[in-house]
Design a binder for this molecule. Structure first.
Ligand SMILES: Cc1cc2nc3c(=O)[nH]c(=O)nc-3n(C[C@H](O)[C@H](O)[C@H](O)COP(=O)(O)OP(=O)(O)OC[C@H]3O[C@@H](n4cnc5c(N)ncnc54)[C@H](O)[C@@H]3O)c2cc1C
Length: 300
């Protein structure tokens, strides 16, 4: 068995495509693409970018199999900063992978690279290793087969995952009633998604008039109004989203009829989780809540 669930490969940027004012698709090629795989539409990967201060001094990862220990031992000043992204499309036969970036201005190593990227740029990616025989890792989308209601909530950083999830539900001719709430910076950020009679997509736009996640929080209250008789005093973990990554994934309950997958700005996700569990009485085990980024913070 290979040592690590993820392995590092080199990527070269071959194409950029604007999907909306905020979303840009970056297509990369790699001669090592057959060494990685993807398991689910929300498959997360680590991308490694040039150092912000001295991009030319960046020391790329050489030990690609047993990379994590080696990476941690590299000097912080020169190792490539690592950020989490989602595989949007993987085409091993074409040696190609697509990653969709939310363009939010040059605020960190990932967004700075994306804002000024040029065809031919090289970065690195850690993705699921094809030689790994252990448990499949790096995704949270596990809808129970008998689900009757599915709730998907995302902001622009989780749109790549949700777009893939909708494609999968469409292909599977989903029988559950699916509500999808997507909050984007602008109305024009609406992208085309496959249509299906059971999938109801609600696009929400901040238009510089609300904080990230506020529109999601407002809309979920319309969709699931608080009900006195369903209110629950369930105790919820109250984490400090400025210091910890918010990641509460439900248990896999085969008999579960309601399933939620929620990924957006951490504080917003915390509030939504609290609302659904305490005001609507939804079992917290049915809620998969992921903080994809935190306003004003670098959470690594
Ligand atoms: C599992 C997972 C999957 C993800 N998939 C994707 C994906 O496919 N596409 C994608 O675009 N993002 C994705 N993200 C989010 C992405 O990892 C973060 O936005 C990341 O912080 C960007 O790194 P950075 O170097 O630009 O900024 P950082 O160095 O991390 O942060 C610098 C500053 O930028 C701010 N910032 C970070 N993200 C945003 C944002 N979206 N809007 C406004 N300010 C921001 C931070 O609050 C901080 O103040 C994913 C995150 C997770 C956890």
């Amino acid at each position: 068995m290979s040592k690590q669930a993820y392995r590092v490969i080199n990527l070269q940027l071959v194409m950029m495509q604007s999907l909306s004012p905020t979303m840009r698709r970056f297509s990369f090629e790699s001669s090592e693409m057959s060494a990685i795989q993807t398991f689910a539409p929300d498959q997360r990967v680590k991308l490694f970018f040039p150092q912000l201060k001295n991009p030319q001094e960046t020391q790329w990862i050489v030990e690609k199999e047993d990379w994590y220990q080696a990476y941690r031992q590299m000097p912080e000043a020169t190792r490539p900063p690592m950020r989490t992204y989602t595989i949007r499309n993987l085409y091993p036969e074409k040696n190609r992978v697509d990653i969709d970036f939310a363009m939010h201005g040059a605020t960190g190593p990932a967004s700075t690279w994306a804002e000024s990227a040029m065809i031919g740029d090289r970065i690195q990616m850690a993705a699921p290793n094809v030689d790994w025989d252990g448990e499949k890792r790096g995704f949270e989308w596990h809808p129970p087969a008998i689900a009757e209601q599915i709730l998907l909530m995302a902001d622009e950083t989780a749109l790549p995952a949700v777009a893939g999830i909708i494609e999968e539900l469409h292909l599977d001719n989903v029988q559950a009633d699916v509500h999808v709430l997507i909050e984007m910076p602008k109305h024009e950020d609406r992208i085309e998604l496959p249509e299906h009679q059971n999938i109801h997509v609600h696009w929400l736009a901040r238009e510089n008039q609300s904080q990230p996640g506020e529109k999601l929080y407002e809309y979920v209250q319309k969709l699931y109004p608080s009900q006195q008789q369903k209110k629950s005093a369930v105790e919820l973990e109250n984490i400090n989203v400025d210091e910890e990554i918010l990641w509460f994934t439900g248990e896999k309950l085969e008999q579960q009829k309601f399933y939620a997958w929620i990924a957006a700005e951490s504080k917003a996700v915390l509030n939504i989780r609290r609302y659904l569990a305490q005001e609507c009485g939804i079992q917290k085990e049915h809620l998969n809540c992921m903080g994809y980024w935190r306003w004003g913070k670098v959470l690594g």
